[in-house]
Design a protein around this ligand. Structure first.
Ligand code: FES
Length: 115
């Protein structure tokens, strides 16, 4: 079960939702289902408009993720990650705090999503 709390100045208050992890849904699709106003354009990992900050909550170790080359490229181009950050992240099997909501596949963890 993914436990996702959305937080943004664009919302009146934080919203926590639950979703089934591993059902191949993106964070953006869950946000859309709950009328969370994350900005997006391409929905294909190319424009960078859906960038969000993801903080893993709880006591569990954050799960490592493999970003697609497309997501890495967009996050580097918009200044959220450096190539050194990506190397460090991949070497240590850790997730970056900046993600593209349209590329973020839900994991079984509790996260705070800021945008
Ligand atoms: S909507 Fe374009 S990168 Fe996510």
């Amino acid at each position: 079960m993914a436990n996702i709390t959305f937080s943004s100045p664009a919302m009146k208050k934080d919203l926590t939702v639950y979703a089934v992890a591993g059902d191949r849904r993106t964070l953006l699709s869950v946000a859309q289902e709950h009328q969370v106003p994350i900005h997006y354009e391409c929905e294909n990992g190319e424009c960078g408009s859906c960038v969000v900050e993801v903080l893993v909550l709880g006591s569990g170790k954050p799960k490592g993720v493999h970003l697609t080359e497309k997501e890495k490229t967009v996050l580097v181009l918009n200044g959220k990650l450096s190539k050194e950050d990506i190397e460090h992240m991949e070497l240590n099997d850790i997730a970056p705090k900046w993600r593209l909501a349209c590329q973020y596949m839900l994991l079984d963890e509790e996260v705070l999503v800021k945008f």
